[in-house]
Design a protein. Structure first.
Length: 336
């Protein structure tokens, strides 16, 4: 991914250690291309700024188990239990940060994460938390850190959390606007449309690793299925990208629904997600699909402003635990 050699967004450009360092990131949603992006296909991703995470980092000479290591406390989302020890991904991330930024091994790191992103919903919770931690540690120790360095550290943590990660989450949780991601490269996505996306939480915890395994095993059992999946996903994503740029919501919507059918055929959806998709379409939604890793999590629906209320009510009636409205506004994309 091409990035400028500048301090990452959210990290204070200080040159001395602080008492407390702070870093922030936000959620994301995949519009089209999830799973296929791992095999080189393009994906369209949208930031969800109203769902954010803030990391506060401090240090001490010794922690509960002596010097070194990291302690983690997580607050915010009621569905996320408070943790007192770091995950494997965070341990690897902090270890790599120590090496990259020359932080002494005998310093014990203490991190508090205030996260409003529900976990296991395909909204990039793990990547956003990792990014916030990297930026908080950089702020704490007065290190300037480039976007490429942040990406590399977050991507390492994502590979631990989910297996082989495409990099789209690590990029999108820090992106200021919609982006096109393919094979490690991201660029801003031109948008000519005005409308609304409604994200609905099914209440089911998604299982990204299981979904990745299920898809891979299906490809192995059925020769040619991988090529078909990637080709169809690429076709739908390319068409959706053009519809977004050309201000054509009526054309964009069916591409989302067709993508849902592709993912459902791959057994990545659930009965509850399917019911939410049908509810959104029945209420006048222009298109709807599962979003993220699958086997639970969230779905996303495209609607005009006039139909947004009806679609939202229909989603809640069909069992959505919570919904978020994501405005789609016209913007000119530039290469990144």
């Amino acid at each position: 991914m091409t990035t400028p050699p500048a301090p990452a967004r959210g990290a204070a450009p200080v040159r001395r250690a602080r008492t407390v360092g702070v870093g922030r990131a936000h959620a994301k949603t995949i519009l089209l291309g999830e799973h296929a992006v791992v095999y080189g296909a393009p994906a369209l991703a949208l930031p969800v700024p109203q769902l954010a995470v803030t990391a506060s980092a401090g240090w001490s000479a010794a922690g509960p188990a002596g010097p070194g290591g990291v302690s983690l406390t997580m607050t915010g989302s009621p569905s996320r239990p408070v943790a007192t020890q770091a995950s494997d991904g965070l341990r690897q991330l902090t270890a790599e940060f120590r090496t990259a930024m020359d932080v002494a091994e005998d310093v014990h790191l203490e991190v508090i994460l205030d996260c409003a992103i529900p976990p296991g919903r395909g909204l990039g919770s793990s990547a956003a938390c990792a990014r916030a931690v990297v930026l908080a540690l950089a702020d704490l120790f007065g290190r300037e850190v480039t976007e490429q360095a942040v990406f590399d550290l977050v991507q390492s943590a994502e590979n631990v959390a989910h297996g082989r990660a495409s990099g789209v989450d690590a990029t999108a949780v820090g992106a200021p606007g919609p982006l096109l991601f393919q094979q490690g490269h991201a660029q801003e996505l031109p948008v000519g449309c005005e409308g609304l996306f409604i994200i609905a939480d099914s209440g089911e915890v998604g299982r990204t690793k299981d979904a990745v395994t299920l898809l891979r095993e299906g490809f192995q059992r059925h020769p040619g299925s991988r090529e078909h999946f990637v080709r169809r996903a690429t076709q739908l994503t390319d068409r959706a990208r053009r519809a977004l740029a050309q201000d054509d919501l009526e054309e964009l919507g069916p591409y989302l629904t067709a993508c849902h059918h592709l993912l459902r055929e791959a057994r990545l959806s659930t009965a509850r997600i399917d019911a939410l998709v049908e509810a959104a379409l029945a209420a006048g939604g222009l298109g709807a699909k599962i979003t993220g890793g699958g086997l639970g999590g969230c779905m996303i629906a495209l609607t005009s402003s006039d139909q947004a209320g009806a679609v939202t009510r229909s989603l809640h009636a069909a069992g959505a635990q919570q919904t978020w409205v994501l405005p789609l506004t016209a913007r000119t994309g530039q290469g990144a």
